[in-house]
Design a protein around this ligand. Structure first.
Ligand code: ATP
Ligand code: MG
Length: 573
């Protein structure tokens, strides 16, 4: 069997696409029978914030690999830090994991489910002289730990007797000592080159109400003491985590070995980083708390709920994550790649409609007043089954301000005085006049149309260089449209001058709200999360702020703007 095939079996279809080193390990383990051929993974978020797109990578890996191998995946909340964890986050995480298409079935667990067992295991380690109660303060523990170049100094409490340790630890649990006054530490090696092995703290005293266990406990296990044992209890086979935990693996292994319990394999992979994007719950929380964005689901946020509200599809995110691969070194992925996968997906599914974001009034002088006709428009050229619809056409229309120039530059082929263009699905029109306000701004343009060009072609074979979109003014639905740019101006938002933090790189123009946009009438009663392509403008989706007859749209992503490129090139000359 080659390394990128999966063991055959009814539940194990051969994987599509290139392999990765984690899959290779699973294939090898299946061959050697390491876990009796089982694959059981887990996705272990801490409920201290909303999930971001980095988590999507972990979700796709854990759930995707297990599915490929006919295995299972648990959802496990790593809830050992009651000060930062909340039910709201638990709920949002479940919603987001499901939205991505992953299913933990009936296997949702919490590290806090294991507090009793973890406590028993701590007693076991004390009894064999592998853990002790230490009275050093957090500050002192840090000092005694030493540095990468200097060994640590043993705590003066390191050699307490088993009896004293048992007594003190039980009294810690019983609430006899103040917060932070004592810890339980693993007795490993204060001279280890790996700082994590220098008698790491296993338990701290903390009086904080836990979102699930309430005030039952006043001692809480540390991540390193809880994580591997939770994996072990759930009989996880491959415990996949990000590279920063590589140095914690010896400790993960030490706890399992010293306790003599079932031992899963920890495997580290690279964290997802994306240009112009911050992926850290702590920093995202700061953006929310300080009001830099409207909430965790603000469409500018890299959270799954933000992407969802913006109009991203789970398919696009999964396809992006699948394309970036898995490796052993951290890198950074272009935001453009994510947008590419999004456009590919929306191109297939999004119905085309006409919407004018910055309207300019057009009067067609030779079109009969009061006449309305229905023109046939294609819903999706990529999908014939999407069918056709009727769009009303009348004497007064709205077009995009950008689609008219009184004084057109070279290479500009849209409407201008004397110029003829095609109205999408409609007629050829020629601009005959311009109305201006006192300040000299164009407020209305006048045109004539050629009735023989209905549907968009001239019987005499004459051609026009441009096709523009439009809506009938009397039939248009007014809408608010929110246009988003990157939330940060720097590729690496964390790169700042001394004394500043990442908020210094916030893009002041990341949100532009347009009101009085004109939509074709088929969009009057749309509901989230419907996706559309506004022809020539981009992909847009319905925001939950919409009310009947008053839609609000988010620009999900622009189409590639060729004109902006030409203009930039011209200016650069
Ligand atoms: P953050 O720094 O944003 O708080 P975290 O790693 O502390 O992230 P957890 O809730 O502990 O967040 O993460 C759950 C799982 O998701 C972990 O296995 C973690 O390694 C993984 N994960 C988190 N961020 C990323 C990322 N950017 N790329 C890939 N996996 C990630
Ligand atoms: Mg964390």
């Amino acid at each position: 069997m080659t390394s990128n095939t999966v063991p055959p079996g009814p539940d194990a279809p051969a994987p599509a696409g290139p392999s990765n080193f984690i899959r290779d390990i699973m294939v090898e383990d299946a061959e050697t029978g390491k876990f009796q051929g089982r694959v059981h993974t887990r996705f272990p978020p801490e409920p201290n914030g909303y999930l971001h797109i980095g988590h999507a990578k972990s979700i796709c890996l854990n759930f995707g690999l297990a599915k490929e191998f006919g295995g299972k995946t648990n959802l496990r909340f790593d809830d050992t830090n009651p000060e930062k964890e909340e039910q709201e986050y638990v709920d949002s995480i479940m919603e987001d994991v499901h939205w991505l298409g992953a299913d933990w079935e009936n296997r949702c667990f919490y590290a806090s489910d294991y507090f009793g067992q973890l406590y028993e295991w701590a007693i076991q380690l004390i009894k064999v002289g592998k853990a002790y109660v230490c009275d050093l303060s957090a500050e002192e523990v840090r000092k005694y730990r030493g540095t990468l170049t200097e060994p640590g100094t043993p705590s003066p409490y390191r050699n307490r007797s088993v009896e004293e340790n048992l007594d003190l630890f039980q009294r810690m649990k019983a609430g006899e000592f103040p917060d932070g006054s004592r810890t339980l530490r693993a007795k490993i090696d204060m001279a280890s080159p790996n700082l994590n092995m220098r008698d790491p703290v296993m338990y701290r005293i903390l009086r904080a109400t836990h979102h699930r266990t309430g005030d039952d406990w006043c001692i809480y296990p540390m991540y390193d003491y809880a994580h591997g044992q939770s994996d072990s209890i759930e009989r996880i086979t491959h415990s996949i985590c990000t590279l920063e935990f590589e140095d914690h693996r010896p400790l993960y292994d030490w706890f399992c070995d010293e306790l003599g319990i079932y031992h899963p394999q920890q495997i580290e992979f690279d964290r997802l980083n994306i240009t112009y994007t911050l992926l850290s719950k702590r920093k995202l929380l700061q953006l929310v708390r300080d009001g830099h964005v409207r909430g965790w689901d603000d469409p500018r946020m890299p959270t799954l709920s933000g992407f969802r509200r913006r109009g991203y599809t789970p398919e696009a995110i999964r396809s992006f994550v699948g394309s970036i691969g898995v490796s052993k070194t951290n890198g950074i992925v272009e935001l453009g790649l994510l947008e590419h996968h999004l456009r590919e997906d929306l191109n297939k599914r999004a119905p085309r409609v006409m919407a004018v974001l910055r309207p300019l009034r057009v009067v067609i002088d030779n079109y009969p007043e009061g006449q309305v006709e229905a023109l046939e428009a294609v819903n999706n050229p990529e999908d014939e089954s999407a069918g056709k619809r009727q769009v009303p056409f009348s004497r007064e229309l709205c077009i995009e301000q950008d689609d008219f120039r009184e004084d057109p530059p070279k290479q500009y082929f849209r409407l201008s005085p004397g110029r003829e263009v095609r109205l999408r699905y409609g007629y050829f029109i020629t601009c005959t006049g311009v109305v201006k306000d006192a300040a000299g701004n164009v407020t209305e343009i006048h045109c004539t149309y050629d009735p023989a060009t209905r549907g968009g072609n001239a019987p005499d074979g004459r051609r026009v260089k441009s096709t523009i979109h439009w809506v009938s003014a009397a039939h248009a639905v007014d809408a608010e449209v929110r246009i988003y740019e990157n939330l940060f101006t720097k590729e690496n938002p964390s790169e700042v001058e001394e004394g500043q933090d990442f908020t210094a790189n916030l893009n002041p123009n990341s949100l532009e709200v347009l009101t009085g946009c004109k939509l074709e009438p088929s969009l009057a009663n749309v509901k989230p999360p419907a996706h559309f392509q506004f022809e020539r403008l981009g992909y847009f989706s319905v925001d939950p702020d919409s009310a009947p007859g008053k839609p609000v749209f988010n620009r999900t992503v622009a189409l590639r703007d060729t004109w902006a490129k030409i203009e930039k090139r011209e200016k650069g000359k």
